[in-house]
Design a protein around this ligand. Structure first.
Ligand code: NDP
Length: 328
């Protein structure tokens, strides 16, 4: 059977992404074959499609770090044809062919059952970005932060992680401070649930080791000085959940907030997160996310447009979430 896929190739002719027609012999090893409905463009997909960072480490490889679809065949005990599934990470789209394709083959242990109440399109509107936002929120809640603990700062507010984090936190009753470089989107961020919108320039330059205590917690998808300033402005015994590097991979901070204010920095990894945590995160997303608000965050593109979208997300041109209909 043939299928369309966004293939990354690297050889003497260079690094390139193209839409190709493949057949089942091109599918990688795995015990479950999935008919993909939707995939997405996450920041990491942008890095993979453009080749700006060495995300793809095996060639040729189908891009796409996540997908949602229906099991077509399975020799794994947990899955049977017709099951609706979602996949995030595990090296898919990096070392194992991924979700920007009409068909995918993976290990059954990597799959999560789509929670009741979520369509495959909604699952990819959430995508790895939204699932990671949930992991961040769960880390802050697990730390003991409650709505009356204080504000929660969300950086990269118009991005995928940031926008889903705002929707989740506001529905859970937290007061959200949204940091963005796109102040023209302030009204949209408020409609999503932000109580206040601040200019990311306030946080993106070198700051003091300790700043005024402004927030109890942070969901940070930006890294670099922004993460350092998020830590410096955290209230006594507050917490920061760090998951991203949109500004940079560096962490030019000080130990002062840790040793003088007892703050905690949680590292959030979605790729190798244990299955039980994933299942919990997806169940929470089905329950705690306002799906009408999620709809407002989504742009949908066909597979052929995914290559250009990969550059757009790195250029900060995508607001919210970009869903890819791999069958369009
Ligand atoms: P998006 O591109 O959708 O969002 C990133 C946002 O960061 C942008 O929309 C922008 O928000 C802000 N931003 C971009 N450039 C800068 C800059 N130079 N300085 C400050 N802010 C900036 O990406 P995603 O939401 O998909 O991913 C966000 C980050 O999280 C990425 O680094 C990604 O790799 C990481 N990530 C990590 C995961 C993990 O497992 N740890 C999983 C998923 C994502 P605005 O316009 O509002 O300022």
């Amino acid at each position: 059977m043939t299928f369309k896929a966004l293939l990354i190739e690297k050889d003497d002719a260079g690094y390139r992404a193209g839409i190709k027609t493949l057949d089942d012999d091109n599918l990688p090893e795995g015990d479950v074959t999935v008919r993909v409905d939707y995939s997405t463009i996450n920041y990491k997909d942008g890095l993979a499609i453009t080749g700006k960072s060495p995300v793809v480490r095996k060639f040729p490889l189908v891009a796409g770090i996540d997908f949602a679809g229906t099991v077509e065949s399975s020799s794994h005990a947990a899955w049977k044809p017709g099951d609706r599934v979602v996949l995030n990470g595990w090296g898919v789209g990096e070392t194992h062919s991924g979700g920007l394709a009409q068909r995918a083959r993976v290990r059954g242990d990597w799959l999560v059952a789509l929670p009741a109440g979520l369509s495959t399109r909604q699952a990819m509107a959430i995508g790895t970005a939204g699932y990671t936002a949930m992991l961040c929120v769960m880390a802050l809640q697990g730390h003991g932060l409650k709505p009356d603990s204080g504000d929660i700062l969300v950086t990269g507010a118009n991005g995928g992680v940031g926008s889903v984090a705002i929707a989740l936190l506001s529905k859970l009753g937290y007061r959200v401070l949204a940091s963005t470089g796109r102040l023209n989107e302030a009204d949209a961020l408020k409609a999503l649930g932000a109580a206040e919108v601040i200019d990311r320039a306030e946080l993106s330059s070198p700051g003091k080791p300790l700043a005024k205590e402004r927030w109890a917690g942070t969901v940070d998808s930006v890294g670099s000085h922004t993460l350092a300033n998020a830590c410096a402005g955290t209230k006594y015994r507050g917490a920061v959940a760090a998951c991203g590097l949109a500004q940079g991979m560096d962490f030019p901070g000080s130990v002062a907030p840790f040793i003088l204010r007892g703050i905690t920095l949680y590292g959030i990894d979605s790729v190798m997160a244990p299955k039980a945590l994933r299942e919990q995160a997806w169940a929470r997303l089905a329950k705690d996310l306002d799906l009408a608000k999620l709809d407002g965050l989504v742009q949908e593109v066909p597979l052929a447009a995914a290559i250009a979208a990969g550059s757009d997300i790195l250029a900060g041109k995508i607001r919210g979430r970009l869903v890819v209909d791999v069958n369009a």
